[in-house]
Design a binder for this molecule. Structure first.
Ligand SMILES: [Zn+2]
Ligand SMILES: [Zn+2]
Ligand SMILES: [Zn+2]
Length: 138
């Protein structure tokens, strides 16, 4: 998915492409994985965009609601990422680092079965593995 598709989706939802909105999309589309709202804020500051926290919060809510970005709350911290590719995360309980992992052909069968059993239309899932990274095991 490229930026144009995201912009088109937003316009179709009746949303405008404001300066701050396009900057957030630009930053997010360069990220491979989860980014916290604090990291996003410092990246915006480096670009000389200085929105206040509530503006960022509202933007992130809007983009999440319109499926432009995905929200993932890990250990009480809200993270966001673009759905470039489907993947999962290793979360270190020692240093809070997050490592991106890809698992091919997983859960497809189970997902179909769960959907059928519960008459539930599954859109997405998230899966995090909690433990200790190599450094923290020492
Ligand atoms: Zn990720
Ligand atoms: Zn998955
Ligand atoms: Zn660690």
């Amino acid at each position: 998915m490229n930026k144009e598709i995201f912009y088109k989706n937003i316009r179709e939802q009746g949303g405008r492409i404001t300066k701050i909105r396009s900057e957030i999309i630009k930053i997010m589309s360069n990220e491979e994985c989860l980014i916290s709202s604090n990291d996003l804020l410092s990246q915006l500051k480096m670009l000389n965009v200085n929105p206040n926290r509530s503006t960022i919060y509202r933007e992130l809510q809007f983009l999440t609601k319109n499926n432009v970005i995905i929200k993932n709350t890990i250990s009480g911290v809200d993270y966001y990422e673009m759905p470039h590719d489907h993947h999962h995360h290793l979360v270190c309980m020692g240093c809070n680092s997050i490592i991106k992992v890809e698992i091919s052909n997983h859960l497809e069968k189970q997902e179909k079965q769960i959907a059928k059993q519960n008459k539930f239309n599954i859109i997405n899932h998230s899966l995090e593995f909690y433990g200790y990274c190599n450094k923290c095991q020492a």
